[in-house]
Design a protein around this ligand. Structure first.
Ligand SMILES: O=c1ccn([C@@H]2O[C@H](COP(=O)(O)O)[C@@H](O)[C@H]2O)c(=O)[nH]1
Length: 275
């Protein structure tokens, strides 16, 4: 089953648009992990198992593992999700992009080494840099469009001449390109931050039913109601609303799994009240 179909099944079966972000920061782990040499894997596994019933997907962020030399933990974590929670897609957040010959290896990294169902990709180098990801029709390609960070507009809002001769902000041009030209296999999605509700609405108008990965609720302060009302599709889905720190570190005490589960459940319920 391809990524987009698996995601749709999961939206329906879990009645959830919540994506649980996996951004390990050992300094924020509960005390019980202090002497555990496999703490990164063990903590993330516990969070996965506690939150899976409320999750439409998981999103490990690769830098959080690589900076710790924990790539092996990341590979085992993805394998754990596939084995214990089949049908819950894993989106590897690596934001890769390079010339085609190197991008080929980035696609191998995400889909073969880590067995991710989808990957985030940076479109800045152009279509050929994303092509190795696009070619994997069974996997998803989640292209950066209007990111959640404060400086997103520095470049993404610059006006560029689109193919139809009209000047548009770069993020709208990216949305148009991906929806009209790059999505031949129907395996694309876009990243648009929860911190930008007006832009979410504009992107939704451009891309139709294409899934949007929306980070920025929780720790970054994005408004859930504004996200859902501006960017859901006509059937009340279309969104992968990602939250990492607010779920992972809901408690650093002995109740960390219950607190994470509660945080994921309450985000799911809040989203569902508005869709
Ligand atoms: O525009 C973007 C793209 C990716 N991210 C990533 O999402 C999570 C957000 O973490 P929170 O703790 O929920 O703030 C993190 O891994 C980012 O690298 C993003 O925030 N914005």
């Amino acid at each position: 089953m391809n990524f987009i179909t698996a995601l749709k099944h999961r939206w329906r079966d879990a009645d959830s648009l919540v994506c649980v972000g996996l951004d390990p920061e050992p300094a924020r782990f509960p005390q019980k992990f202090a002497d555990n040499p496999d703490a990164v894997f063990a903590f993330c596994r516990d969070i996965v198992d506690a939150t899976a019933e409320y999750a439409c997907s998981f999103k490990p962020q690769i830098a959080h593992f690589a900076a710790l030399g924990a790539e092996d933990a990341l590979a085992r974590l993805v394998a754990h999700v596939h084995a214990r929670h089949p049908g819950v897609p894993v989106i590897l957040d690596s934001k890769r992009g390079d010339i085609g010959s190197t991008a080929q290896h980035y696609a191998g990294e995400a889909f073969d080494r880590y067995a991710a169902d989808a990957v985030t990709a940076n479109p800045y180098l152009g279509r050929d840099s994303v092509q190795p990801f696009l070619d994997r029709a069974d996997r998803g390609v989640v292209v950066l469009c209007r990111t959640s960070n404060p400086g997103a507009g520095d470049l993404q809002d610059l006006l560029v001449q689109s193919d139809d001769g009209v000047a548009r902000p770069l993020y709208q041009h990216v949305a148009q390109k991906v929806a009209r030209d790059w999505n031949g296999h129907g395996n694309c999605a876009l990243v648009v931050g929860a911190t930008w509700p007006a832009q979410l609405r504009e992107v939704r108008a451009i891309v139709g039913e294409m899934p949007l990965l929306v980070p920025g609720v929780g720790a970054q302060g994005g408004d859930v109601e504004a996200v859902v009302s501006n960017a859901r599709t006509s059937d009340g889905t279309g969104l992968i609303v990602s939250s990492s720190r607010a779920i992972l570190y809901a408690s650093n005490g002995g109740d960390y799994t219950e607190a994470a589960a509660q945080a994921a459940k309450s985000l799911r319920d809040e989203i569902n009240r508005h869709r």
